[in-house]
Design a binder for this molecule. Sequence first.
Ligand code: DC
Length: 233
Amino acid sequence: MSEAPVICIDGPSGSGKGTVCEQVARRLAFHLLDSGALYRLTALAAMRANVPVDDEAGVAAVARDLHSEFEPAPEGGLRIWLNGDNVTAVIRTEEVGMNASRVAASAPVREALLERQRAFRRPPGLVADGRDMGTIVFPSAEVKVFLTASAEERARRRHKQLKEKGIGVNLRGLLEDIEARDRRDSSRAAAPLVPAVDAVRVDSTGLTVEDVTERVLGLVRERLGEVLGKGCG
Ligand code: DC
């Protein structure tokens, strides 16, 4: 194999992708690409530069010039920097998330971020978290998983997360938002959220993070066992 192996985990938000990707990357000592964070960074950088998020050429230029750094955090996950500023928490706010979803619908912005994402593929290997990892960014990936969960389960998980942060929101409203976002994400023209034809679908409804992580590691052993040797046990 000439290139480092890639494990793609795509799916909607709330499917548990982020945590599963972190666990899988940690167990395999692989690099981690949080592609959603790149769309969030682009949105934040545009906001800070006063570039309107619907100015596609302007935002694409911001995306090409992004000065970002990703550093593994001791507590797990990544620490994310923009122009030397720690933006790990800021990029998770609702405002940045909303703008990220708008810039992510732009084909020129997606194009501008393509090579930057591919540059994360380095030895010993990469776990890529996103929506189009297996379809567009790494079509030749060795392992592709499409992780889903029912809309109700995703709304419950989001509700729990927000409650833990002291934010009270209505479960029904969250469910409606999730359903609307699913429709938008899977019907948009640029890189719609669809499973790659060769992706293995995993439904995480009723499963723990550990269950899903083991399931993914099982697939990795099947496909990459001889490359990874005992490192993937
Ligand atoms: O996963 P997330 O919520 O951090 O993603 C932020 C936004 O970027 C979200 O609207 C989905 C979009 N996204 C995308 O279009 N393609 C990706 N590969 C990753 C995220």
